[in-house]
Design a protein around this ligand. Structure first.
Ligand code: NAP
Length: 271
């Protein structure tokens, strides 16, 4: 039976991006390797990492047991490496640490106004042409910067990864992404575990026999986002796959949309 781990979103390149991925920020060493292996055993097929997470080598060990074509691996180049040849070098180093020959998605991690985007995009274009990267995108880009990236790139910008959860709802970026066929990935979809006691989420969860975390994830999926919750316990890894066979009502969606609590977790001046 198809589960949430099998559902995908089609990127402008024609690639299929699983709508549930495993976030890996702050997972390191053997704990990272063990968690990623367990997630794969549970059916996760999409792993999100970045050169700055310092865990690509551990993820590389964990993914060797699965045929490469069955996995979707995203990494991100740090903004200090946005010069054309630095992008290429950084990607080669990520591939070498991961022990794979291509990334499914390669993202510019944060905007960097000191390096012209067209130079960065020339590097990304080279990686695409060489087959080292299948699709490209950005992260922490607002709509203005997203448009600039699209203007600077020959290849389609397939993804924007931004902080997005019920405590930090979005409007402009999801609309822009929808209108331009760009997949939107919600990072910190669980608001890093904060305010799980929120009464609106708890009440809705109780009505469906689900946790506030599961309510958050389904709310994002129903908004059309890809979600990449980080989990390190078996209980959480499993819970985050239980997003099928139940649904949020239009009233539930509206209650969450209009929740009074608002917070921003990651201090990005750009978004
Ligand atoms: P998150 O996924 O919102 O929250 C992770 C926290 O939630 C952990 O403490 C985890 O605990 C807990 N958790 C997981 N599943 C749960 C469940 N079912 N019930 C209750 N608690 C649960 O935060 P995040 O790791 O910051 O964000 C997710 C991913 O987005 C990152 O790992 C990273 O891959 C990406 N990210 C990208 C950027 C960017 O700039 N592009 C920035 C931040 C994050 P346990 O670990 O104990 O299971």
């Amino acid at each position: 039976m198809m589960g949430i781990v099998d559902k995908t979103s089609e990127l402008p390149t024609g690639a299929s991006m699983p709508v549930l991925g495993l976030g890996t920020w702050d997972l390191r060493g053997t704990k990272c390797e063990r968690t990623v292996k367990e997630a794969i055993q549970l059916g996760y097929r999409h792993i999100d990492t970045a050169e700055m997470y310092g865990n690509e080598a551990e993820i590389g060990k964990a993914v060797q047991s699965v045929e490469r074509e069955h996995l979707f691996i995203t990494s991100k180049v740090s903004s200090a490496n946005f010069a054309k040849y630095d992008v290429i070098r950084a990607c080669n180093q990520s591939l070498s640490r991961l022990g794979i020959d291509h990334l499914d998605l390669y993202l510019l991690h944060w905007p960097n106004d000191t390096i012209p985007l067209d130079q960065t995009m020339e590097g990304m274009q080279r990686l695409l042409a060489d087959g080292r990267v299948r699709s490209i995108g950005v992260s922490n880009f607002d709509v203005r910067r997203l448009q600039e990236a699209m203007d600077a790139s020959e290849a389609p910008i397939c993804n924007d990864q931004v902080e997005y959860h019920p405590l930090r709802p979005r409007d402009e970026i999801p609309r822009f992404c929808r209108d331009h066929g760009i997949a939107l990935t919600a990072y910190c979809p669980l608001a890093r575990g904060k305010v799980m006691g929120n009464e609106t989420l708890r009440r809705i969860g109780r009505q469906h026999g689900k946790s506030p975390a599961q309510v958050r994830l389904l709310w994002l999926l129903k908004k059309g986002a890809v979600v990449i919750p980080k989990a390190s316990s078996t209980e959480h890894l499993v819970a985050n796959t239980e997003l099928d066979g139940w649904d949020l009502t239009p009233e539930d969606m509206e209650s969450i949309d209009t929740m009074a609590v608002r917070t921003k977790l990651v201090d990005v001046n750009y978004t």
